[in-house]
Design a protein around this ligand. Sequence first.
Ligand SMILES: Cc1ncc(COP(=O)(O)O)c(C=O)c1O
Length: 477
Amino acid sequence: MGSYVKLAKRAVETDMPVMVKKYAHQHNHVNAAYEYVLCVGDRVFIPCARERALHGVGGDLFILKTHVGYVYMRANGGLDAGFGPKSEKCCVLGPGLSFPFFMFPYTAFFTLYKGVEIGEGVVYWQPPKEALNKVKELVWEPSISRYGADEGIPELREALIQKLQKENKLVKSSVMVTAGANQAFVNLVLALCDTGDSVVMFAPYYFNAYMSFQMTGVTNILVGPGNPETLHPDADWLEKILSEAKPVPKVVTVVNPGNPSGTYIPDPLLKRISNLCREAGSWLIVDNTYEYFMYDGRKHSCIEGDHVVNIFSFSKAYGMMGWRVGYIAYPSGVEGFQNQLLKIQDNIPICASILSQHLALYSLEMGPEWVTEQVKDLVKNRDIILEALSPLGEGAVKGGEGAIYLWAKLPEQYVEDDKVVDWLATTHKVIVIPGSACGCPGHLRISFGGLTENDCRDAAEKLRRGLEDLLSNGIVQ
Ligand SMILES: Cc1ncc(COP(=O)(O)O)c(C=O)c1O
């Protein structure tokens, strides 16, 4: 039995996640190409029609149908689900309601299709020129190539403390710099949760946060509803669940403004959520990655407390996605918390890239005005995409109050949104994200941050044509 078969077998027999390595064979070389974790509830999704035709039958693939879902195996025992130079046809999505169990959106998914990209959560600009130029001068400095302090270089941390106090009104928070907001989140899950704990998220949720919980052994993820009109987290539901669930959920998490919805959580609602968490003894993690991405006069706000942790990112604001810098603002007064964070930090990145931290510092020196200047024109993109989504009808599209996303409901018969996504990409050459990846089948997430206005018009045209075709003729390959 091949090793993947053994792994899959283990996945069937145990509730523990299983680490799977995918090897890509190229010119007789075997490259360890991908690693991912299979969790209970994962399933395999094959977006390509030819591969889908093999679903459940043989060919040179066979499918192991397990309670963790389907695992596609080569007859020789090699795992064939996934992407790679050799097999760019399959992708693996996740549990019951389609949880993506590996790098679904940002790496593999987008290499699958050729088309205009309005799926990925990115911005089209680069970091400030002045900051990049300064960093160029630094590369020969010996300190750049050494390890730095786990919690971040002192100059950046000091600047961030000032920024948090001035802009976010977070006056009792300490800072840890991380390799992006995603690492910040994993760090917090490891610090706050134990295997088997329950946690709370709201649908539609940010898929990476869901995966972070799952990967670290939190199996009881309680997904609360959003208000059907506003998509705001349903605080009445939260009140009920926090008073009824035993043991009390360890963590409640929200993204503000939201990914994938692009909706903003108004200050009174954020306060109510925070109060409910405090009264119940739950932690609240607020992801503020899109703090500067607010439209139509709305203002972003943060909340502080001994049970609240805030996450921030340089990725979108300063066009620094690839530099990997984010940070955690955590309550200074909670004994032992810093040590837990440091322990985890020291075992994962040790420190965020020192060069990247300097770029972050120089970028921060440009001030929030620099970011606002980049963000202000995104409303044009949003409105262009909104127009393109209009065939879906009134009330079908929500969000876009903040962040870089619109959230669209497909007609009732398209609950299997991955099929629509596949068809839009292959037939109309426009790439979006299936809502099922965020816990809400039958939806699409569209990003309006990654393209300049002209390119956005082109993408919108393709999207509109695709949706009109879908509504008139259905999915015709
Ligand atoms: C809500 C949210 N949090 C975190 C991240 C990841 O940010 P970073 O690049 O800082 O890891 C993203 C990226 O799309 C995001 O949308």
